[in-house]
Design a protein around this ligand. Structure first.
Ligand code: GLU
Length: 499
């Protein structure tokens, strides 16, 4: 059967719902998605849940939620359907059965009655002689009668693929080039388990064919499955798709990026305060490059520029510092109102804002977002860097104490400043600046010697946005009371080193 020519390419991402949504998987999905969008094709999401023991509904939900969060919209798949529905393999078992029958009828599959114990024992013996640990094809040699007898005894049987015993299997991979495998090195692999369910290789091949997939873009680890799949496709009378295997995402030590290197699940990054557009941008550049310096790109720009021919054979390195930098850039591109909407839930979970906000609180959050955008690398940074806008209490960090708050003369400066700011009818940036500089001049100190202690007293930190702007936003009453309180604590030696 010859594959119909579709208008655009049809690609699929086919996760197994057996765990979380690893960022490496998302990167592979993203390459598929960008490829389809760039070429006016179709992006299919197919759920490969034929591992009955390990597949869970929870994992399926996590995958769908993760995709929705990052904006990887699927054209065909669960929830949205499509011309080749269903897109969940456990709902397609009849289709696989038809294909098992076809292979059996053509003599390309056979029943295998070997038990797991027997297989393990024989594999051990083979290993001892230095032979590769492959199935020894014992049941391939059973006569029809012998096989029938075993079946009648009720021995459970799986179905194995009858692999050609000589020749080569070849295909062109868009990333790895021409690939060749000697058929004698390929096993008579299991295609139907004793439970009657298909194995990954079988279900994958049937679905790629039935769903008219034109390009299989998947992780490098599947490169060794591909010759098996090519053989199966040919035996079933289908034309193989074009393959592109993308290299693993690596950590800086050049090993596969995994839990021991840091967060791996897409949703962990969400919890850590990363924006979906930053994740998308960052993951797209893992193993693919534009060929120029441009790094910050919207989904539209990525789509326009993406092509598989710039996907290299060596995997991209997952560099968390770069991700943070990118996230900061994306944060700064958001209009303040939108940034505030993202910061509000973070502030709520840190108990810095109530569950329901007044108009005023919302407007205030927008102002804080505007002032702080420059300093945030993750949304969660707002808690460490801007809690003082929202809480009544200030917690003073060690540097603020040692550099300023326990210095002699500081209480005077803080009190004078409070005295000068209190009567201001208009607590604006300009008026605050004028008053602060006035106090410094009167005391015969540099403006910095007033500005730094004031910042330490009001924010508890030694760095942050422009002092005059932040004082305006914190508001007169809170500023005055914090200046006086810090002066008082300083005089009472409350900032003394404790160690
Ligand atoms: N279910 C397979 C996996 O999660 C899909 C591999 C493929 O894309 O063919 O690794």
């Amino acid at each position: 059967m010859v594959r119909e020519v579709c208008d655009g390419p049809r690609v699929r991402f086919a996760p197994s719902p057996t765990g979380g949504l690893h960022v490496g998987l998302v990167r592979t999905a993203l390459f598929n998605w960008l490829f389809a969008r760039k070429r006016g094709g179709t992006f299919i999401l197919r759920i490969e849940d034929t591992d009955e023991a390990r597949s869970t509904e929870e994992s399926l939900r996590a995958i769908l939620d993760g995709f929705r969060w990052i904006g990887l919209v699927w054209d065909e798949g669960p929830d949205v359907g499509g011309p080749y529905a269903p897109y969940i393999q456990s709902q397609r078992l009849e289709l696989y059965d038809e294909h098992f029958e076809k292979l059996l009828a053509h003599g390309r599959a056979y029943h295998c009655f070997c038990t797991p114990e027997e297989l393990a024992e024989r594999r051990k013996q083979m290993a001892a002689t230095g032979a590769p640990p492959m199935y020894d094809r014992r049941c391939r040699r059973l006569s029809e009668r012998e096989a029938e007898e075993l079946a009648q005894q009720g021995r459970p049987a799986c179905l194995r693929f009858r692999m050609p015993e000589d020749g080569l299997t070849e295909f062109d991979d868009l990333v790895f080039g021409r690939m060749q495998f000697q058929n004698p090195t390929l096993d008579d692999f299991v295609i139907r388990k004793t439970s009657g369910w298909p194995t990954y290789n079988f279900a994958c091949v049937v679905d790629d064919a039935l769903m008219k997939v034109t390009h299989v873009i998947r992780a490098e680890q599947h490169l060794s499955n591909t010759p098996r799949q090519v053989q199966l496709l040919e035996a079933l009378g289908y034309e193989p798709p074009i393959y592109a295997h993308v290299p693993h995402v690596l950590a800086s030590d050049r090993t596969k990026y995994s839990k021991r290197h840091g967060a791996t699940d897409l949703m962990e990054f969400r919890q850590q305060g990363y924006l979906p557009q930053a994740m998308l941008n960052f993951l797209a550049l893992l193993g693919w490059s534009t060929g120029d310096e441009q790094e910050i790109m919207s989904a539209e720009e990525l789509t326009e520029r993406f092509d598989l021919d710039r996907v290299g054979r060596s995997g991209g390195i997952f560099d968390t510092d770069k991700l943070k930098w990118m996230n900061g850039q994306c944060i700064r591109q958001l209009p303040p109102a939108e940034l505030a909407e993202r910061l509000i839930p973070v502030l709520q979970s840190a108990d810095l804002l109530p569950e329901t906000l007044t108009q005023e609180q919302r407007a205030y959050a927008v102002q804080v977002a505007e002032l702080m955008a420059e300093r945030l690398r993750t949304l969660n940074d707002i808690v460490d860097l801007g809690a003082y806008f929202f809480s009544d209490e200030v917690s003073y960090d060690e540097k603020a104490k040692s550099k300023w708050l326990r210095k002699e003369g500081v209480p005077d400066v803080l009190e004078r400043l409070a005295d000068a700011l209190e009567p201001l009818p208009d607590f604006s940036v300009d008026a605050i600046e004028q008053a602060t500089r006035g106090v410094a001049a009167e005391l015969g100190i540099s403006a910095a010697k007033a500005i730094h202690p004031a910042r330490a007293a009001v924010t508890g930190m030694t760095f942050g946005p422009s002092l005059f702007h932040l004082l305006e936003l914190v508001g007169k009453d809170r500023v005055i009371s914090r200046l006086r309180k810090a002066a008082e604590l300083s005089r009472a030696d409350a900032f003394a080193a404790t160690a």
